[in-house]
Every structure is written in C-alpha cells, then in structure tokens.
Design a protein around this ligand. Structure first.
Ligand SMILES: [Cu+2]
Length: 177
C-alpha cells in the first residue's frame, strides 16, 4: 500500500518536471515563431566567443593572461596575433533597443592596437536578416565603439571584421536574447 503511494508520487513528480521542461523550452523558442529558418539550434543567452561556424571557443591562458578576469558581458578571444575583447552594453542585450558594442584590441602582449578599421556584421545563424553592419568608431587605447540594435529576439552572431595593414580577419561571438 505504502509502496504504491510512493510510486504514485514519483510518477506525479516526474510528469510535473517533464511538463515544466516542455513549458520552459517553448518559452525559449517562442521567438522563433514565424521565423521559418533552419531552426533547431539551442538558444544560449550568454555572450560567448565562437569560431566562424559557431563552435564555442573556451577561454585560454593566452587570452586571460592579457585581459585578466573579464566582467559579465565581456568576452575575449585570440584572433591571429590579436586579442579581441567584446563588451555588450546593456547586458543582457535587449531586442529593438540600441545596443552599445565596445571592442578592445591588443596584441598578444596586451599592447593596444589603434590603427585598425573595424566593422560589425550582425546576423542570425537560423534565418536571413536584413544587413546590419555598423562601422565602429576608433578611440585611443585600442578601443572601438558602435551602437546598433538587435532587431529581434533570438540567437545572434556578431562578426567583428578587423582590417589592419591591408589584412582582413574576423572574430565571431554569439549571444542570445
Ligand atoms: Cu531574425
């Protein structure tokens, strides 16, 4: 009798957990409604450094020895002979409102790089979006800044396109909002 009650309780708890998981997933995916994209990719909220194909790049000693510990909303990666740090402000970013993008560019020893030209390319991996490619303004100390909106919720890819001495290279970052 007690055993039966226990298994009944377990079944109810498991069903409740499943229902909650399904509900949570549907909330996360609701931004995809009407998107008609390839879909499927799990949306992540945190800003992360990724490769060109979206694979996360874990933080390495190369990078952290130059940048130190980074605050929330800032992520850095090594790109060629540079360290590229990206800060989103506000963080978490909001859809439809202007977002400030701050890039800090240094060499591998932490020396500021001021002579680059940087543009951003904001895309969504799961669907075609109208071009959203703000140019960054350069300040001193290797700092570059642009303001642009994320035009909808969902998972975004931020390509930081760096041109320096006639050479072009990109660093990629993903963020979900
Ligand atoms: Cu979209």
């Amino acid at each position: 009798m007690a055993k039966k009650t226990m298994s009944g309780v377990v079944v109810v708890v498991v069903l409740a957990l499943i229902a909650f998981a399904v509900f949570a997933m549907s909330m996360r995916r609701s931004h995809m409604m009407g998107g008609g994209g390839m879909g499927g990719s799990g949306s992540q909220l945190e800003l992360v450094a990724v490769s060109a194909d979206g694979a996360p790049i874990p933080s390495s000693a190369d990078v952290t020895s130059v940048t130190g510990e980074l605050p929330q909303g800032t992520v850095a990666q090594k790109s060629g002979e540079m360290i590229v740090s990206l800060t989103l402000n506000p963080y978490p970013a909001k859809a439809g409102a202007p977002s400030e993008f701050d890039v800090k560019l240094t060499d591998l020893t932490g020396k500021s790089i001021d002579d680059a030209t940087i543009t951003l390319d904001l895309t969504m991996p799961s669907m075609w979006m109208p071009p959203n490619q703000p140019a960054m303004e350069s300040a001193s100390d290797g700092k570059y800044q642009a303001t642009a909106p994320f035009t909808m919720r969902g998972e975004w890819r931020i390509e930081v396109i760096i041109t320096r001495g006639g050479e072009k290279q990109s660093a990629f970052f993903d963020v979900g909002l």
